[in-house]
Design a protein around this ligand. Sequence first.
Ligand code: NAD
Length: 340
Amino acid sequence: MKVLLTGCDGYIGVRMGNVLLERGHDVTGLDSGFHRVGWLYESAERRPQVITRDTRAVTVDDLRGYDALVHLAEVSNDPVGELNQDVTYKINHEGSLRLAKLAKEAGIERFIHMSSCSVYGAAGEQPSREGDPTVPLTSYAKCKVLIEQEVSPLADDTFSPTFMRNATAYGASPRQRFDLVVNDLAAGAFLNKEIRMASDGTPWRPFVHILDISHAVACVLDAPRDVIHNEIFNVGSDRSNYQVRQIAEIIGDLVPGCNVVFGDSSADKRNYRADFTKIHEQLPGFECAWDVERGAKDLLDIFERIGFNEELYQFRGHTRIRQIKHLLDTAQIDDDFFWL
Ligand SMILES: NC(=O)c1ccc[n+]([C@@H]2O[C@H](COP(=O)([O-])OP(=O)(O)OC[C@H]3O[C@@H](n4cnc5c(N)ncnc54)[C@H](O)[C@@H]3O)[C@@H](O)[C@H]2O)c1
């Protein structure tokens, strides 16, 4: 298939590009390049040719000739979303809706959107299924719901959108993010032999490895159309739901002498579990190959090999909000996040 992968230069995209190329797809990437400065390690994985462009500047002619659009390019976390809610809506809601409409106009048959299990917000301990009510708590999560609601009616005989509600991602990527809990705790354990959490770690959250997310997208591209047409999938497995304190304990156990300390705050209102039955029953070939223990071991192994240190950990290129603030403070992007 001829695939356009937006967000190919991000944390997930840089590994998904390789997965899709290895599956034999003809992949082109598109990315504004906000986070290219962050590069933790080299590897032999392949990367597609990249068009440097903002999704909001893409035209219908740019989209002609592709069979599928895999759309990752959005403001990707809650703190950046809250930093500038207006631009979050402009990129993640208006921008993604416009892109879906253009994709349909250009004759692209499959549109795969990276949604998030964070749409379940504060649903509590009962695992949420795709048909359950959503409770999005942040602009980021609200935009994910809006895209599902507003792109879904575009579905017809020529256009099949699929919405992937990914659990919180983890795992090694050259374009590493340390603003994700598993990656952050693994870094802290490696560098300081300590995991110190302000929270009591009781909230539930589902987690999924970035290669399992990439595999899920590859399965959607391969699946018969009726299986994925206008469907929502929670992406993860029945091993994906953890209390945050379990994550800390798993990672702490992997680092000899690591001290794990919990606080007493329960400030984080995000508390949800997801049910992953549908993706396993309905999407041919999908299975998760990773769990948090394996993903954290892989990260620790890479940290060891590359001589990971505090400077790399603190580098703005590995934390989304720091890099965006830097680009704003140094007048490299404007208030709408367009390059100056
Ligand atoms: N990481 C997670 O835990 C997780 C969980 C669920 C869903 N997702 C979704 O998956 C996608 C990828 O996440 P990620 O962790 O790789 O994020 P990321 O920030 O590392 O990557 C996003 C990429 O999109 C690009 N981008 C952002 N706005 C753009 C625009 N207007 N035009 C062109 N490019 C733009 C950025 O430059 C970046 O390379 C996002 O949509 C995110 O919301 C991520």
